[in-house]
Structure formats: C-alpha cells, structure tokens
Design a protein around this ligand. Structure first.
Ligand code: SF4
Length: 399
C-alpha cells in the first residue's frame, strides 16, 4: 500500500476524479511536450457524462492555457473503456501531432497512463489487509497510529498538521460564506444558516447534530465552489472527516496531536479501501466515496476516544456496511445534490457507528476486510446509471 498522503490531497474542488485527475493529466502532457502550441482532449465515460457539471473542461483549459484546447465530451466511445474515467490527450505543434496519452483518472486525484507502469508513489506498507495490520499491532502492543508512524516516518505528522490546518480553514471559510453555488442549479449555501440556528431549548444532541452538519456543509460547499479542500478520501466526500474532528476537538478539548493520530488511523482505513476496493464514485458508486469517508470518520473518532483496535475496526466496518449499495446520481453532474447533504448525514452516521461499536464491542461477525470486499463487488454490480454518469436516480427524475 502507498502512503496515506495519497488519501489526503490538498487541492481545489469540486471533484478529485473529474478535476484533480484531469488537471494532473493536462500537466503531464504539457510537461512531456513543452513545444506544443495546441492540444486536443477527448473525455469518455463518466468524464464525458458529468464533466461539464464537475468543471472538468475548466480544469483542463486552465492548466493548458494559453494554448488553445479542443475538448470533446464523447459519451459513446465505440470501444470498451479501460476505466469509467478515461481521457485521450494529444499535443500538436502547428499541424504536426507530437504525441498522445490515454489517461485513466482512477479516483482520489490519481491517474494511470495506459501502457506505462504506474508513476504514482511507491508501496511503503507491506500489509494489505486490516487483519494483518491488527495482528502486527497487537503482537507488538502498539496502536494503529504508532504503526502509521513506524511505516511512514515521523515526518508524517508535519504532513497531517498541514492537512488539519486546511481542513479547519475550509470549515471556517464555509460557515462565513453565503450565496448561491456555481453551476446553474441555484443551490444556496446553508452552512452559516445551520451554524446560527440555535434555539433556547435546543437539546445537547440536537446541538451536536446541527453543528456537525454545519461543518460538513461548510467544507462541501467550499468544494462545490472550487475552494481549497483536502480529499478525505475524495473531493465529493471531503466534508465528513473534518466535521466530526473539528466538532469533537472543540467539545472535548482534544489536542492537535490527538487529532493528527485520528487522521493517521482514518488515512489507514481509506488506504485499505482504496487498495482492496475503490474510492471512485464512477467505479463503485457513492458507497466508495461517502461510505469510505464515513468509515474513516468513525475510525478516527474511535481512535481519538482511545478505543482499542477491535473497536476501531468495528466502527469502520459498521460505517461502511450500512452505506453498501449507495448510488452516485449527482443532479446535472454537479457535486451538490445529493453530495453536500450526504456529507452531513454521513458525519452523523459516523458518530452512530462509533456509539454502537462502543456498546456492542465483542459481538461483531463481519470483519472490516470482508465489508470492503463486499463494497467492491456491490459497486461492480451497480448499473452504470448509478456510477457518476448522472443518467439515473435523482439526476434522471429531478425536473
Ligand atoms: S453522489 Fe457521492 S460519489 Fe457521486 S459525486 Fe456526489 S459525493 Fe461523489
């Protein structure tokens, strides 16, 4: 497995697979053909179907400017796509074709160039399953966060501190901004409204839900307006983890160091899901994005509350298990409906899963590894209409 830094990428929204990935592909072809004076880009699959809403074209144009770029949204490729997010990029100098790349945007901002070995970061974790990692930690009497430090080195804490700062900034910027989100759906920002809706007789649990939701809305709204966020594990699901951690830090007074350890454990969970299944909505539906974010958030909370490895596993497993089958059907291809609200619901669900894991500790029958495998199989069985194509569900029926 690769570094957990691959799970947490700092960048601009609204979509890791539809803006960050294509942006990286455009940077790559620009670097390989610096003499090019124009480019042609053909988007296939989910990139063709929801690329406009996700602002894929804008990300590519901006990266390749000032060169002219012809972008084609090709919904019927006429060949079997190697990945639901496939793109062809060609560089020209005058009439002459300089070179061509077929790039797959595989989720979380990562890209793979067809015909080339993966250029992504090396595998630094030997273990590939939670079971292996848990066995190691128990036999050496260390926590999961110690294990992350052991593999990644102590510099991981500096990286996670930067991640935590950007997450908090996204929350603060989101709750201090009002107005309509871009894209034409006329969706109003609601984070500030939620944050300010305090009532005299508000019960503590209502208050908790409201503030957590306000924070999740805040980050997701920043993402939808192309603001700077951290993928956790993707742009579309970036609001869940910061919402629960910021709320709990404020409520319980956890130190930044404790938050960073929680981020390390959440990163490990996201990493295992990415390695053994997928974090791409185009590949496995929203269960792969929001389901993973919920699982990461629940594990992070279990870590910060000092729970043991079995309880952390239970929290992560339960959070994923009950999002199995969750479809991806964003209206107009925008990362707004159902995405923003879904981040808030997943944040509340992460807390529920944590509570149950705490009460029901020791009764679990389903392992984390099994639920990850199940998520992957379920995702592969989902009709393409429910895998970020905006051809089914809410996207189809919304008028
Ligand atoms: S529905 Fe889920 S997977 Fe699809 S774009 Fe929205 S957050 Fe991402």
């Amino acid at each position: 497995m690769k570094s957990i830094k691959e799970i947490y990428k700092i960048g601009k929204g609204p979509s890791s697979s539809h803006t960050m990935g294509p942006e990286r592909a455009a940077k790559l072809i620009k670097a390989e053909y610096p003499q090019a004076d124009s480019f042609e880009v053909i988007l296939y699959g989910s990139l063709a179907k929801t690329g406009k809403g996700h602002m894929t074209d804008e990300a590519i144009l901006k990266t390749l400017e000032p060169c002219p770029v012809q972008i084609t949204f090709c919904e019927e490729a006429g060949f079997e796509l190697p990945h639901p997010n496939t793109m062809d990029l060609t560089a020209f100098q005058g009439e002459k074709e300089l070179g061509h790349l077929r790039v797959l945007s595989v989720g979380g901002g990562d890209i793979v160039v067809e015909g080339r070995p993966e250029v992504a970061s090396p595998d630094i974790y030997k273990a590939r399953t939670f079971t292996e990692i848990a066995l190691y930690c128990k036999s050496h009497m260390i926590r999961l966060s110690d294990y992350v430090e052991m593999v990644e080195g102590p510099e991981i804490w500096n990286y996670l501190m930067e991640v935590w700062k950007v997450m908090q900034q996204a929350v603060m910027q989101g709750i201090s901004t009002t107005g309509i989100l871009p894209g034409g759906l006329e969706v109003e920002r609601k984070a500030q409204f939620l944050f300010q809706q305090s009532h005299i007789d508000e019960r503590p649990e209502t208050h908790e839900n409201r503030i957590i939701c306000a924070y999740a809305f805040a980050v997701s709204e920043q993402n939808a307006s192309c603001g700077t966020i951290v993928t956790a594990p993707t742009c579309g699901a970036c609001g869940v983890l910061p919402a629960v951690l910021k709320y709990m830090q404020e409520k319980k007074g956890f130190s930044d160091k404790q938050v960073l350890k929680a981020l390390a454990v959440a990163g490990l969970i996201g990493n295992l899901i990415k390695t053994n299944a997928s974090i791409s909505g185009a590949e496995c539906g929203c269960q792969a994005e929001i389901g993973t974010a919920c699982s990461m958030a629940s594990a992070a909370l279990a870590e910060i509350f000092g729970m043991g490895i079995d309880q952390i596993e239970y929290a992560a497993e339960m959070a994923m298990e009950h999002t199995l089958g969750l479809t991806c059907d964003p209206i107009c291809g925008l990362v707004q409906i159902p995405c923003i609200e879904r981040n808030a619901v997943a944040a509340m669900r992460a807390i529920n899963a944590l509570s149950l894991a705490n009460f029901l500790s020791g009764t679990r029958k389903i392992s984390f590894d099994l639920v990850v495998k199940t998520m992957y199989e379920t995702g592969r069985d989902l009709s393409h209409q429910y895998r970020e194509t905006s051809e089914g569900g809410l996207a189809k029926l919304y008028q």
